[in-house]
Structures are given as C-alpha cells and as structure tokens.
Design a protein around this ligand. Structure first.
Ligand code: N01
Length: 487
C-alpha cells in the first residue's frame, strides 16, 4: 500500500496467518494505510506450517470462522487442516489481501523512536520502514519444541517434528513411532494406525480425551446454510454458546458443575477401552481439562488396534534402530515423529523489539511474557499483540479472540489517528494490578489443580486468561483509558 505512504498513520502487520489476514481486512475497511509482512511464501500460519496426517482443528469448524466470512461449506464438525488452509486462502483472496502481503521476508527488528512516535522496522531481506503502529499477528504455537533426548541425532530412520512433516518419507507398511500424547499426537494416531505396519505411541503423561463429534455435514445441510445465512448464523451461535457454557466456567472454576460434567464424559469415554490394562495406562492421574482438553472421536479405537502399541515406560535414549525404554526394550522404528509441542512463551520473538528508551522486550519478559489485558505492554507504545501473552485459552476459537483484540487495538490506534496522542501504552501500575488479579484468579482454575502443561509458565502459574469469557468480552469492548499513558 505504498501509494498512501504519505498518510500520517501507517501500520505494520506482522504475519499473514489467521490474525494477520483479519488485521489487513479491518485496516483496509477503515482506510488505514498498512504493510503486511510474512516470512513464508504463502498465507496460513498454523495451517500452512502443520500438514501432519490427521490434522484438524480442535475447535468446531463453524465456531472457527471469521464473523464476516461464515463458511456454509465446512465438510465436518472438525474440518481437516487443508480445508481450513483453503478457507483462509479464499478469504484472503476475496478480500484482496493476498497481493498486498510482502512474502518471504522475515521481520527481525522493531525499534521505537521516542521522538517520532514510530517504530523502525527491519527485515532479514534488508527492508527498512517506519510505522506509527505495529500489530503483531505472529501466532502462538509456532516454534517447535524439540525434546532433549539422548541419541536423537543418531536415529537412522526419518525423524521430524509434527509441525515439520516430511511428506517425502513413506509411511505405508512401515514402523512408525510418535513421542507425545497431546492433541497433535492423538490426531496422528487416529490417522496412521490404519496405514502403517506397526504404530508405537510413547506416552509420558496420559491425557483425558473428550469424545469428539465425528459429524459430517450433508450436501443438504450445506445447501441450507448457503441459502439461508440467518440459519447458519443461528447454528454458529448455538455451537459457540455450548462451548461457552460447557467450557468457559469449567476451566476457571475447578469446583464447577461444568467441570464435573466434563470429567464424567472423559471417564465414560475412557471406559470404552476394553482391555483393563490398556485402560489403566491411558488413565490420567490429574483432573480433566487441567491439560488442554483433547477431543477425538476415534483415538481410543485406534490405539486398541492390533498393530498399535502404547508405551508408558520412560524413554531412555534414541538409538539408530529405534527408541530404547528404561526397561531395556528397543522399540524398532523406521520413522520417528516428535509430537512434542511448542515453545509457547516466544510470541513475537526471536524478533528484536526495543521499546521506549531502547528497553529490550526480552528483558521486560525475562520472568515470563506479560501484557496488559493480553494486548499491550508498558514501555512499548503503539504495539498491539493478537493472541498474545496470557490470553484466553480453554478451547475457545482463536478467531473470536483475535477479532475482539483487534477491535480493541483499533480503538487505541484511533487515538493515534485522530491526533489525541502519538504514543499510547498501558501504565505499569495498571499492568501490575491486572497481572496481580490475573494470578490471584489462577488459583481457582483447573489448570492449577496439579498437572504439567503448556498452559503453565516457568513458575507453574497458568499463562492464561484466568477470568471468564464474558470478562474478556467486557475488557475488549473498549480500552479503560485511565489504564493508558497517552503521550
Ligand atoms: O503439544 P502438547 P501438541 N519426552 O504440548 C510430550 C494445539 N493443537 O502439539 O504431557 C516425552 O500438547 C508431552 O508430554 P507431557 C492445541 O491447543 C491444535 O500436541 O509433557 N514426551 C506431551 O504429551 C494443543 O493443546 C490443533 O508429559 C515429551 C506432548 O509431547 C496444542 O496445539 C491441533 C517430551 C506435547 O503435547 C499443542 O498440542 C493439534 C519428552 N522429552 C494441536 N517433551 C489445531 O486445532 C514433550 N513430550 C490446529
């Protein structure tokens, strides 16, 4: 959008995944000049990076759509990854976003110029630009966590992280092992057991699994939604309401009836496992939803197949021929998949971000990432994060989260635009008060009931939105201006 570079306000959007596409569309609607940067060669974020077999969204598809681009054509309750990638590509194309993206150039530095009230942005490709505001749409589960297991580099077969799937590696008729039992591993298990000769799942911690809905939408249903947008909107509202009612309260209140219902459903699902020994191996020793809930209609079925094995003995080391467990057994493998999750505290990093007075975001976040109501950081004016630190989790649609956070950010950007200020950032006092309240509320959540999960920060405190979904909506309805410093 360089033709309007002379406009007083220019915004840099970093990332062209779900929230970057959203930002571009909304900024355009408002007539705000922007540039959108994407380090990869196509849009999609999570859905571009993850291509593993069985990939699907763990939020119902109809809840995982933009409010302005409902999709009557979703094939199933939990749509497969490629269909979701196509959806984002289609929305980006239809809204004219794709040609605006600066692909293949990674933003590496952001330095705030106090005098100018603007960010100096630099990329790996040598681009330099000045922007009055920055929207970091850089994603959350982005940087693979590669486990530090002895001998990993000596494995003779193919070995890759789930988010770096090597599609040149044949799987059919081979011995495949997967380390991890999160959502990703569960989806891979369901997809691969029927294809490979031998499937081995290495479980460090058992997971509670909700019986996911396997519903496939019929052509008649899709046509009905296509022809009657109000009917589709009503259905979407129903799906979201059930998630709000069923999950919102459960995760933030460990004593809630809703959590008991979830526990009951998970227990009932586990009881479908016929072999008592396998069932006990699959039984977690912590409360359901303490780790992020997994939804799967067919995981238990898959892991009970004759060619599937669940290994609960700890991994001793990786050897060229396979995985050696502590009991001395060598589990011979041709392919080893690391479904070992992500480094969840990175957010905009490794980008170098220097705020007011040259303060490094790495230093401000030394004890863990924090942000006022998840969106803004004291000392880093005009810098807005979508799906940033301590944001809502709990199986909500990250699209809904991003839409609300963006509307909130745009209200702050309006203050820059209409000349009320040239720098806006939250006050340290407001941020501290919010963080104290958030941490206090954490003790009532299910995430604090005694399990290890990616929801917890380095000190074991949930790095999540520990309030209700309604509170999140209220906070995002409009900035509390008294919490901000306008310069
Ligand atoms: O990662 P995880 P994930 N030795 O962190 C194990 C989202 N998601 O990729 O529990 C042995 O949940 C670790 O064991 P433990 C969804 O939000 C979304 O599965 O720490 N094991 C755990 O079992 C999800 O929550 C979709 O003891 C090791 C596993 O690896 C999030 O992504 C689809 C180990 C990591 O589980 C992350 O899910 C799928 C080691 N050294 C996932 N290190 C969509 O909707 C780790 N583990 C796109």
């Amino acid at each position: 959008m360089s033709e309007s570079a002379s406009k007083p306000l220019r915004v840099a959007v970093i990332g062209a995944g779900m929230s970057g596409i959203l930002s571009a569309i909304r900024l355009r609607e408002r007539g705000i000049d922007f540039e959108i940067f994407e380090k990869a060669d196509r849009i999609g974020g999570t859905w571009r990076e993850n291509t593993y077999p069985g990939l699907s969204c763990d939020v119902p598809s109809h809840a995982y759509t933009y409010s302005f681009a409902r999709n009557p054509g979703w094939s199933s309750w939990y749509a497969p990854g490629p269909e979701i990638q196509d959806y984002f590509q289609r929305v980006a194309d239809e809204h004219g976003v794709t040609p605006l993206v600066r692909f293949g150039d990674e933003v590496t530095s952001l330095v705030f110029d106090d005098d100018a009230g603007a960010w100096e942005l630099g990329t790996a490709g040598g681009y330099h630009g000045r922007f009055e505001a920055v929207i970091a749409a850089t994603g959350v589960l982005h940087h693979p966590n590669v486990p530090d297991i002895e001998g990993l580099d000596r494995f003779a077969g193919a070995c890759f992280h789930s988010a770096r799937w090597d599609h040149s590696v044949p799987l059919d008729g081979r011995r495949v092992g997967v380390i991890g039992t999160g959502s990703t591993a569960v989806q891979i298990t369901s997809a691969l057991v029927g294809r490979v000769e031998q499937f081995t799942l290495f479980q460090r911690t058992a997971q509670w699994v909700m019986p996911g809905d396997a519903k496939v939408f019929t052509e008649e249903e899709k046509a009905a939604y296509r022809e009657d947008p109000a009917k589709l909107e009503h259905f979407v509202a129903q799906v979201k309401d059930s998630m709000r009612v069923g999950i919102s309260q459960a995760v933030i209140d460990a004593d809630s009836v809703q959590l008991q219902k979830i526990e009951h459903l998970c227990e009932k699902n586990l009881n479908t496992v016929r072999d008592p020994e396998l069932r006990e191996k699959l039984r977690p020793t912590y409360r359901a939803a303490c780790k992020r809930l997994i939804f799967s209609p067919d995981f238990y079925d898959a892991i009970q197949q004759p060619n599937a094995a669940l290994v609960t003995e700890p991994i001793e080391r990786i050897e060229p021929d396979g995985v050696r467990t502590r009991d001395g057994v060598l589990h011979r493998l041709d392919v080893l998949v690391l479904a070992t999750g992500f480094q969840v505290d990175r957010f905009v990093r490794p980008m170098r971000v220097l705020g007011r007075g040259g303060v490094d975001l790495n230093d401000v976040w030394a004890a863990g990432p924090l942000a006022y109501v998840s969106v803004t950081v004291p000392g880093f004016p005009n810098f807005f994060m979508l799906n940033g630190p301590n944001g809502p989790v709990g199986n909500f649609s990250l699209i809904d989260v991003a839409e609300l956070q963006l509307d909130y950010s745009l209200q702050l950007i309006d203050a820059l635009r209409d000349g009320r200020c040239r720098a806006v950032s939250p006050s340290p006092a407001a941020t501290e008060a919010f963080e104290d309240e958030r941490r206090a509320a954490a003790s009532h959540t299910v995430w604090s009931t005694g399990c290890n999960s990616w929801y917890l920060d380095a000190n074991g405190v949930p790095a999540t939105w520990t309030f209700s979904w309604d509170r999140f909506c209220q906070e995002m309805a409009g900035p509390k201006w008294e919490a901000f410093e306008l310069v």
